[in-house]
Design a protein around this ligand. Structure first.
Ligand SMILES: O=P(O)(O)O[C@@H]1C[C@H](O)[C@@H](CO)O1
Length: 268
């Protein structure tokens, strides 16, 4: 059998939220690991713990507060997820992406996704910001897709195009703002790959992804973006580069530069 949600499930959660807050957000922001403090900057906040929201999935990851925060950011009404849901927590993909359809029903038009990611590109260092220009959804390519099951035509078509997931206008605007703020050297565009996790990549997997044109790798985001694009949301995405992906691949790579000369990884 198919254990997904139907339209009513999303609608009930959206209606409950609309009854609890006067905010009517145009923008939703999913805060990745360590980025939840953005929600604290919202003015005139209404905040809800996921445990108190009817029908909402529950967060199990450290560093994710598990709150939905409504408020004003620079004059725009926003809703922020402080903590997202990952496949490796044991959630089905329709559960990890449940909030995206709720946002659509709240009247949201633009979804901003953020995440922590490991760099596979020479020019991307820890601390840099990567504007996501496209993604590779490895679980999706293998058949783990949040759109599996009966299609809900009220949200979008059975076979949605994914050729322009990340809005070009918003990507340009973000680069212009980075220049204006004098941080352009920390910001560049790249391709994000989602893997299922929770283990980090092997060296061979990291090399494979690098050769396939992936710039940064993480364990989230792509399923949310698939669901958002399916239901017609405008998407902007950024990855905060937290590490070089290979650094997590094998113990020898974790040694200091002084030590690595005596333990080159054998033949990979
Ligand atoms: O929610 P995000 O994607 O920021 O969570 C982080 C990054 C990886 O998905 C995972 C392991 O670091 O946690």
């Amino acid at each position: 059998g198919y254990y997904g949600y139907d339209h009513d499930d999303y609608q009930k959660t959206a209606d409950w939220l609309l009854s609890q807050t006067k905010h009517r957000p145009q923008v939703a922001i999913i805060c990745g690991s360590g980025l939840g403090m953005l929600a604290d900057a919202l003015k005139c906040q209404d905040a809800f713990h996921y445990t108190d929201i009817p029908g909402f999935p529950q967060s199990t990851v450290q560093g994710h507060a598990g709150r939905l925060v409504f408020g004003e950011l620079k004059g725009k009404t926003c809703v922020c997820m402080q903590g997202r849901f990952h496949m490796y927590e044991g959630h089905s993909l329709c559960k990890t992406t449940f909030p995206v359809r709720v946002f659509k029903l709240l009247g949201v038009e633009t979804l901003i996704v953020t995440n922590a990611a490991g760099s596979l590109a020479d020019g991307l260092k820890p601390g840099d910001i990567m504007i996501i220009k496209d993604h590779v959804n490895f679980p999706g390519l293998g058949g783990f897709n949040p759109l599996n099951g009966p299609n809900d035509d009220k949200f979008g078509p059975r076979f949605p195009a994914m050729s322009a997931c990340y809005n070009p206008g918003l990507r340009c605007l973000a680069m212009d703002i980075a220049k204006q703020q004098g941080v352009a050297e920390l910001v560049q565009e790249g391709v994000y790959a989602a893997v299922g996790g929770p283990n980090f990549e092997t060296i061979a997997e990291a090399k494979l992804m690098h050769r396939l044109g992936v710039d940064a790798v993480g364990m989230s985001t792509a399923p949310e973006v698939v669901v958002a694009v399916h239901c017609g949301l405008r998407v902007f995405g950024i990855s905060l580069i937290t590490n070089k992906a290979e650094a997590f691949s094998s113990p020898p790579n974790l040694l200091s530069a002084r030590d690595t000369s005596r333990c080159r990884s054998p033949g990979i």
